[in-house]
Write a protein that binds this ligand. Structure first.
Ligand code: 6PG
Length: 251
């Protein structure tokens, strides 16, 4: 994977400070691009506070909603209105209220066949390639301005689980995941590390005491999916006090 091997870790006090810091990163990325902006959202519970913040002032009026497009890094095969639907959560938290419907790009898991997650993946890959205007990624033209990420208790990120051959996928941008390693145990669709890396900035949000054990392993350099997710531009980890390993000395 092309790109920097470094990541910047920013320690923040708590989830509220994390959401505010992430919102500033998002605003900086939209301000840096005067044209069409592409943001890849993430699921899980960690980004919810950020999403809710984006619908409020002083953030909402600083986002150029007409020219920002919203994608999602992974999706579960659950109905669109299920609380476990990643894009559904983002829609309820801010997109339906703020973004033009045509700028919201969900992975079609609600209508695709769960027994063939690669088919849903192929449909989303086509959508991404049509938006990008090419079928191959140009390292000088990142697909996304910003990619948001989270970390699971097993070190997964997006729906890229430890030991999954999808981690080594170089050609495809999106793949089907027949079995998830953590709940909900439903098939999923996920962007690959190759597609996720094609961004100006990849921003992780990691908070809470429950994340301290996995962060300790990740910061020790263990070969886990979240450690392999790197941007071709900047990779930033926002970590709150509860999640930060005790011996963290800054990296
Ligand atoms: C998913 C997510 C996943 C998530 C992590 C962290 O669909 O499950 O995209 O990668 O980001 O599991 O989840 P929490 O934020 O809930 O801890």
């Amino acid at each position: 994977m092309a790109g920097h091997d470094n990541r910047q870790v920013i320690a923040v006090a708590d989830p509220a400070a994390m959401a505010a810091t992430a919102a500033e990163h998002l605003l900086a990325r939209t301000a840096a691009n005067g044209g069409r902006v592409a943001i890849c959202l993430t699921g899980g519970s960690s980004p919810k506070q950020l999403y809710q913040l984006l619908a409020t002032e002083p953030y909402c009026s600083r986002i150029p909603w007409q020219r920002v497009h919203w994608f999602i890094g992974d999706e579960r095969f659950v109905p669109a209105d299920d609380p476990l639907n990643n894009m559904g959560m983002a829609r309820a938290a801010f997109l339906d209220q703020c973004a033009p419907a045509a700028n919201i790009h969900p992975i079609p898991t609600a209508t695709a066949d769960p027994t063939d997650p690669d088919r849903g993946a192929a449909l989303y890959e086509q959508e991404l390639q049509s938006f990008y205007g090419a079928n191959t990624l140009d390292p000088t033209l990142p697909l996304f301005d910003l990619v948001l990420m989270g970390v699971g208790p097993d070190g997964h990120t997006a729906s890229l689980f430890p030991g999954d051959p999808a981690l080594d996928e170089q050609a495809r941008w999106v793949v089907g995941v027949p079995r998830a390693n953590v709940a909900p145990f439903v098939p999923r669709v996920t962007l690959t590390l190759t597609a996720l890396a094609s961004c100006h900035e990849m921003l992780f949000e990691v908070s809470g005491r429950d994340k301290r054990a996995i962060l300790t392993r990740l910061f020790a350099g263990e070969n886990l999916p979240a450690n392999r997710a790197r941007s071709s531009g900047e990779t930033v980890w926002l970590v709150d006090r509860e999640a930060l390993p005790e011996d963290f000395g800054g990296q």
